[in-house]
Ligand binder design. Structure first.
Ligand code: PLP
Length: 350
């Protein structure tokens, strides 16, 4: 239809991973969801917000999610003016592009990482550049000075699982004349994070999500930490009621229950190490992971074959047809029992 903007008419659109209908008997290890339920305090808070008759839903939620900015600010050691809440971190990634990259201006990211940045940029008519990785997981040919508007750095990297060292991220921040976004969707499963760089460099933004580490993918909750000038700009362009009442109740309860959070994280990390060791025993090459997933290459380097054999056994993992990734699989870390079942299946398949 000629009324469509040319870039929208011609773009392919993002294709998320396959989500089988709820209730299908798959062991679902393809979307990096958390195998544990959210904190019991989340359920209590959501039910309390809903009440017996749902009357609170008549009214708009708090537009600024003020309480959540306070809680998150306290948790991460920032004034609330450095925090913005988002309807999933995807929302804030989108608004960073809308705030900074106009038509024809450039954003960049690492390939392989999260290709959704490219889709978001295409919608704005921004140009997209990708940088490859060296064999030791540094960025290939990153210029002494990068002049694009935003450089998105997924760290820990998805789907590969390695994390860029902080000194390296700091060096990148110095070389970017635009914004360096550290997309820390998986950082709660890692050993270090880039929050100190937000304090130190005015062009560093950190984004987080509650989807994975807080088991709330179904609630759509994310946030960003950045200088107040950047936060103020993001506030101008977001949907003004971007977090609904139930999401705000869930978020505040989840962030406040750090004991439960730490317990889940340590279980996932422990299972990740056991599972990685089991894979290596089967002859798989496994990249040491800092996320809640591992990228592993089977002995015959035929990721597709193993994906299909697992699928037949009702275990769903992620296979990418991209030539850089097609030899391997990205497998989300489930519970200990789920990963034992997966290892047993892989043993049969090999
Ligand atoms: C899951 C993920 C996101 C999106 O998180 P949501 O909060 O669910 O929107 C962003 N970046 C990366 C790298 C992710 O894996």
């Amino acid at each position: 239809m000629s009324v469509l903007r040319a870039n929208i008419a011609s773009m392919a659109g993002y294709v998320p991973g396959f989500q089988p209908p709820d209730g299908e008997a798959f062991l679902k290890l393809n979307s990096n969801e958390n195998p544990y339920p959210p904190s019991p305090a989340v359920v209590t808070a959501v039910l309390a917000e809903l009440g017996t008759d749902g009357a609170s839903l008549r009214k708009y939620p708090c537009a600024s999610s003020e309480r959540l900015r306070r809680i998150a600010g306290e948790l991460y050691g920032f004034d609330p003016s450095w925090v913005i809440m988002a309807n999933g971190s995807d929302e804030v990634l989108n608004n960073l592009i809308r705030a900074c990259a106009g038509e024809g201006e450039e954003i960049a990211y690492v390939h392989p990482s999260y290709s959704y940045y490219a889709t978001l940029a295409e919608v704005q008519g921004a140009r997209v550049r990708t940088f490859g990785l060296t064999d030791d997981f540094r960025i290939a040919d990153f210029p002494e000075r990068y002049d694009g508007k935003i450089f998105f750095l997924t760290t820990p990297n998805a789907p590969l699982g390695f994390a860029f060292p902080l000194e390296y991220i700091e060096d990148l921040a110095k070389r970017c004349s635009g914004i360096l976004v550290a997309d820390e969707a998986y950082v709660d499963f890692a050993d270090e994070n880039a929050l100190d760089l937000v304090r130190k460099y005015e062009n560093v933004v950190v984004t987080r999500t509650l989807s994975k580490s807080y088991s709330l993918a179904g609630m759509r909750l994310g946030l960003a930490i950045a200088r107040p000038e950047i936060i103020a700009a993001l506030d101008k362009i977001r949907d003004h009621y971007n977090l609904d009442r139930l999401a705000q109740a869930a978020c505040s309860a989840a962030l406040s229950d750090q004991d439960y959070f730490r317990e889940c994280i340590s279980k996932v990390r422990e299972t990740r190490e056991t599972f990685s060791a089991g894979l290596r025993e089967l002859g798989y090459q496994v990249i040491p992971s800092h996320g809640n997933y591992v990228f592993a290459v089977p002995p015959d380097r035929n990721g597709r074959r193993v994906y299909e054999a697992l699928f037949q056994r009702k275990i769903l993992v992620r296979h990418f047809s991209d030539p850089l990734l097609s030899s391997g699989l990205r497998i989300t870390i489930g519970t200990g029992a789920e990963m034992e079942r997966t290892l047993a299946a892989l043993k049969e398949i090999c």
